[in-house]
Write a protein that binds this ligand. Structure first.
Ligand code: CMP
Length: 142
């Protein structure tokens, strides 16, 4: 058993559509422990850092505008193989192609406005969570 942490972000479309509770519930019911949770509204510089791996992509500017268009909810969850399990639970990037039963499969019809983000690797998690959280916002064992 490999206990891992991963970062989940409810994007501005998910927040505006009232899906915060639904998304948190899915991860709680699956058995993950929430280690940190907050609502925040990131600015352009923070968004550009968060999505820096996509900086050369044609959709980069639109993506930055989108993720700064309203508040987001970020959480760190912990559990067995959290990174790969969370990726399965959110579904494919393109909501039109994501399997029903996944978060994007059930709630997204767009490749950009796809409701939720989850770190795709341990390296991504280590980089991404530090952009959104301070260490003292992560709770101890419970
Ligand atoms: P996410 O999993 O957060 O990682 C990068 C984000 O960029 C992705 O979800 C989408 O919101 C967005 N994205 C990825 N591919 C495209 C695309 N082809 N066109 C527009 N947005 C995209």
């Amino acid at each position: 058993m490999a206990v891992e942490r991963t970062l989940i972000v409810v994007k501005p479309d998910g927040v505006k559509r009232g899906l915060i509770g639904e998304i948190i519930t899915r991860f709680e019911r699956k058995g993950f422990k929430i280690k940190a949770l907050k609502m925040l509204w990131i600015g352009k510089e923070q968004a550009e850092r968060f999505y820096s791996v996509h900086k050369d992509k044609p959709f980069f500017n639109d993506l930055v505008s989108f993720v700064t268009s309203g508040p987001i909810v970020a959480m760190i969850i912990e559990g067995d193989e959290a990174i790969s399990v969370a990726r399965i639970m959110i579904g494919l990037t393109d909501g039109r192609k994501a399997q029903p039963g996944t978060i994007r499969g059930d709630f997204a019809l767009s490749i950009q406005e796809n409701v939720v983000h989850a770190s795709d690797s341990k390296e991504s998690f280590e980089r991404e969570y530090r952009i959104l959280f301070n260490e003292n916002e992560i709770v101890g064992d419970y």
